[in-house]
Design a protein around this ligand. Structure first.
Ligand code: NAD
Ligand code: WQD
Length: 338
């Protein structure tokens, strides 16, 4: 039996594939490489101790590809990472995002159904809580109106999963709402490799440190927070990957559809992140205060109690490891996987 990991060549998917391989699970990756490099597969194999990773280059919307994949592999469960994820881009090309993220998931679920595969884990996001949810975010808060087509696509897939679980009793599904993933494999061999100019905070800080950006733009210092800059619940990607294994193991106990926050339960401001990175790297990070970025919320973090109780999962890596591993990855791979 094998686990199908869609988007398994991407940032979070590759760390999850490695964690699965390290505990002896068989894995098949399906990825169209629209935001990933083939080199990732070599790195996973190396870090996993040499065993081959089955890699299928293909698109989740391609039914023929999915049918072939399901008929030629004995798939027991699907972990579904494949999606487009740039919030700003999603406002410019929303239809592309809905097609890839929503239609793609519906096609995947249809082909799973057709092949009798009913175990499903989905990469959702804290963004589904929208602008008005009280903090910390709790899974029982009704979700509505995320602030971008990207966020709405995640909410829509959650609804699709819930409705399908009502209709098909064999379907067992977990949506994992990630907070802010950062960090890299401790070896420095695998990490986040954003295409073009990054949007997320830590890749931007790291690019300033390696001299690719002249300074960091800090978007707003007049928020009602500890130091006026926004606060987020950052989570080390290896902790996040381990959360997927715990969710996979818990699926057999799930009746229908469940949702869990995967976050650390505490938050750090932008200025605190800069300081922590400077300590880890020994580099000075110049920054300039800029106007607020559209759509940013002042602060949010996860209520982690449900994941702790049901999945027996909690983060074990803190801000020091997040910064150390990010810096190690950039030092060893200043050009990413290329
Ligand atoms: P990523 O872009 O590194 O990984 C996504 C992978 O999916 C890429 O390798 C890409 O090539 C592949 N892909 C995209 N569309 C595809 C398609 N139609 N068919 C096949 N492959 C396709 O992103 P990531 O940061 O690893 O995110 C993984 C998942 O987690 C995504 O669903 C994302 O929305 C979600 N998520 C990410 C974050 C974050 O900040 N990184 C936060 C919350 C949720
Ligand atoms: C964090 C903080 C910025 C860059 C996004 C998506 C979310 C999820 C995770 C997928 C904010 C500030 C950033 C910079 C800055 N992705 N910042 N200068 O916005 O919390 O979440 O990624 O699901 O959906 O929206 O993360 O890393 O972009 O920003 O000051 O150059 O850092 O304003 O306060 P965000 P982020």
């Amino acid at each position: 039996m094998a686990i199908l990991v869609t988007g398994g060549a991407g940032y979070i998917g590759s760390h999850t594939v490695l964690a699965l391989k390290l505990r002896g699970d068989q894995v098949v990756i399906l990825d169209n490489l629209c935001n990933a490099s083939r080199e990732v597969i070599n790195r996973i194999e190396k870090l996993a101790g040499g065993g081959k990773v089955v890699f299928v280059e293909g698109d989740i919307r391609n039914r023929a590809c999915l049918r072939d994949l399901f008929s030629s592999n004995d798939i027991s469960a699907v972990i579904h990472f494949a999606a487009l994820k740039a919030v700003g881009e999603s406002t410019r090309i929303p239809l592309v995002y809905y097609d890839n993220n929503v239609t793609g998931t519906v096609v995947l679920l249809e082909e799973m159904n057709r092949s009798g595969v009913y175990n499903f884990i989905f990469s959702s996001s804290a963004t589904v809580y929208g602008a008005n949810a009280p903090v910390p975010y709790v899974e029982t808060t009704p979700i509505c109106a995320p602030s971008s087509p990207y966020g709405t696509s995640k909410m829509m897939v959650e609804f699709v999963m819930r409705e399908f679980a009502f209709a098909e009793p064999k379907f067992k599904a977990i949506a994992l709402r990630y907070f802010n993933p950062v960090g890299a494999n401790e070896s420095g061999e695998m990490g986040e490799d954003p295409v073009g100019i990054p949007n997320n905070l830590l890749p931007c800080i790291a690019q300033v440190a390696i001299g690719r950006l002249p300074y960091l733009r800090v978007f707003g210092n007049d928020y009602p927070t500890v130091d006026g800059t926004c606060q987020r619940d950052y989570i080390h990607v290896v902790d996040l990957a381990e959360g997927h294994l715990k969710a996979l193991d818990y699926l057999s106990k799930v009746k229908g559809y469940k949702v869990y926050n995967l976050g650390g339960g505490k938050c750090y401001s932008v200025l605190e992140m800069i300081k922590a990175f400077e300590i880890a790297s020994g580099k000075y990070i110049p920054y300039k205060i800029k106007p607020r970025r559209n759509g940013d919320l002042a602060t949010f973090w996860a209520d982690t109690r449900l994941a702790e109780k049901d999945l027996d999962w909690r983060v074990s890596r803190g801000i020091t490891e997040m910064m150390r591993d990010t810096w190690n990855w950039y030092l060893k791979n200043p050009n990413g996987f290329r």
